[in-house]
Design a protein around this ligand. Structure first.
Ligand code: TRP
Ligand code: SF4
Length: 519
């Protein structure tokens, strides 16, 4: 274990460090362990969930306990939730085995977003299971049924939400085709390590997942969150890219006819704001005047300043005037014309872009999306994601479906579930005396994880009590495991009873339970 790092520990749940490989590689089809979650922030640009916890109106316990540790761009989803505006949540499940307590995290996340008023989507990634994992359709059907029953048993409302199989949803396939036109082989190679041996169906399953992720926005663009494990982040990043490449128009700010980067825009803003100081006529500050002032002024020296000076000098006597610029990225001629017509107030049309002088950037973005939709575009918003920690295996190491004792399947006989917890490794000390003296290591204990991720449910006080008693030396592992084992048995009994009850509901959903496909 790498438990001797100086990572922050959380009294209320979620171990900060998980055992696993030293390297952090995010591979959707490889090993899914993360040894150091901090690297995901530093190297991959995943954002820390804690920082926006306050923005979430009624956070789920997995959020409160840091099990959901990271996100990409979740803010718009949280905002839509607060404002009661439309939003969606979608995730997918590869039917390669039995659903287990790791999948339950994602089921719960979808159900929670549904209960917060979101459109919830759950899909069976059967094309992916067939192409990337080589499962037969008969095997897939069996597993798919089990995933769906557990999802419904945990409370997913199929009347409010949407369930589908990748193989069955024509609209997803059509969207995959369109999105695939924006991605090429080199890109998939760079992201997923595909090579000349990679079969074409596997590649098709990637564009299918891209379409899954955008699917909730087909009728109407809206903030959409994809709750997944961090191994799926490469998919999320590609989907965000593709969604934005599909957009007809881009919106930026400009001060004159030339283009500028974000850093250059900051410099230009400074120069524009100081126009009183240097312009002959402050109503019409000229580019050369601004350049002369900037060269002398106390502005941070750097490449942005250099390049701005050059651009301003080249522009000569052109007046500086802030404007919103709408760029034609992939619009048809008709759509670009449509956009130009839709812009109110003063505007100037150029080859490939139009400058609007009486339009704020936010208004321009809304307008651009409206026009895009009018002209048969999708107007996608970049999808967001949230990431949960992987649970540690009960036998130490990582949870692995190939080691049954390391994880608990939602289909496990409740007695077996009880036994697995009883035999789990713990973060306890060698002897009871030592444990009383030093306290247990709850942050390294798979049993504590069971409490925090599942057994304590919504009851934060209970999770905290277990934690405090453990690290305070009042709790000994034997009794602690017995308590957890009993709770696990009860959970499995209850869950399996509910699974039996939702059999009929599953039939009513109309989702295909037996694929007509061969092979
Ligand atoms: N690739 C995912 C997995 O391995 C399954 C999946 C397919 C998915 N489509 C998705 C996940 C869309 C999230 C969103 O489990
Ligand atoms: Fe884990 Fe419980 Fe032992 Fe603490 S007392 S180390 S939580 S099993």
């Amino acid at each position: 274990m790498t438990g001797d790092t100086d990572d922050e520990t959380r009294p209320d749940g979620g171990t900060v460090d998980a055992e696993g490989a030293d390297e952090v590689a995010l591979d959707p089809w490889g090993s899914s362990s993360v040894s150091d979650y901090r690297k995901l922030f530093e190297e991959f640009g995943i954002e820390e969930f804690d920082e926006l916890l306050e923005a979430v109106a009624n956070p789920h316990y997995l959020m409160r306990r840091g099990v959901i540790f990271g996100h990409r761009d979740y803010r718009p989803v949280a905002e839509a939730m607060r404002e009661s505006e439309p939003f969606a949540a979608l995730s997918g499940f590869m039917p390669t085995g039995d659903p287990h307590i790791g999948h339950k995290l994602v089921f719960d996340e979808l159900i929670w977003h549904q209960q917060q008023g979101g459109d919830a989507y759950a899909l069976i990634a059967d094309l992916e299971a067939h192409s990337a994992r080589g499962l037969s359709w008969a095997e897939i059907d069996g597993h798919a049924r089990n995933y769906l029953l557990s999802l419904l048993a945990l409370g997913f409302d199929p009347e409010e939400g949407t369930l589908y199989r990748q193989s069955e949803e024509r609209e997803v396939q059509d969207l995959a085709f369109e999105l695939g036109a924006e991605a090429n082989f080199s890109e998939l190679q760079a992201i997923y390590g595909f090579d000349g041996e990679t079969d074409v169906s596997h590649m098709q399953s990637v564009v299918t997942q891209m379409a899954d992720i955008c699917y909730p926005q087909l009728e109407e663009p809206k903030p959409t969150v994809i709750p997944v494990g961090p191994d799926q982040d490469p998919h999320v990043r590609l989907a965000r890219d593709l969604a934005s490449r599909m957009r007809f128009f881009g919106v930026t700010t400009a001060y004159a006819s030339f283009e500028a980067t974000d850093e250059e825009l900051d410099v230009l803003e400074t120069a524009y704001d100081a126009r009183e100081h240097y312009a002959d006529d402050p109503e019409v500050p000229r580019c050369v005047e601004a350049a002369a002032w900037l060269a002398e002024a106390d502005v941070e020296d750097g490449p942005a300043l250099e390049s701005v000076l050059e651009k301003l000098e080249n522009a000569g006597m052109e007046p500086i005037r802030p404007r919103t610029r709408l760029l034609d990225r992939r619009a048809s001629e008709a759509a670009f014309e449509g956009l130009i017509d839709a812009i109110e107030g003063e505007k100037r049309v150029f080859e490939g872009h139009v400058d609007a002088f009486d339009l704020e950037a936010a208004e321009a973005r809304a307008l651009a999306r409206e026009v895009e939709l009018e002209y048969d575009g999708y107007g996608f918003r970049a999808p967001s994601s949230i990431y949960h920690r992987f649970m540690s295996g009960l036998t130490g190491g990582k949870m692995s479906s190939s080691i049954p004792a390391s994880h608990i399947s939602l289909l496990d006989d409740p007695e077996d579930g009880y036994e697995k917890v009883k035999s789990a490794t713990t973060g306890g000390r060698e002897t009871a005396d030592l444990q009383r003296e030093l306290g247990g290591k709850a942050d390294e204990c798979p049993v504590y994880e069971l409490y925090a991720y599942l057994l304590a449910g919504d009851d934060d006080a209970f999770a905290t009590e277990v934690y405090e008693e453990c690290v305070g030396g009042e709790r000994l592992c034997g009794g602690c495991k017995e308590q957890a084992a009993v709770l696990m048995r009860e959970f499995l009994e209850d869950h399996q009873e509910k699974r039996a009850e939702v059999e009929e509901l599953l039939e009513e959903t109309g989702i295909e339970l037996e694929s007509p496909r061969r092979g």
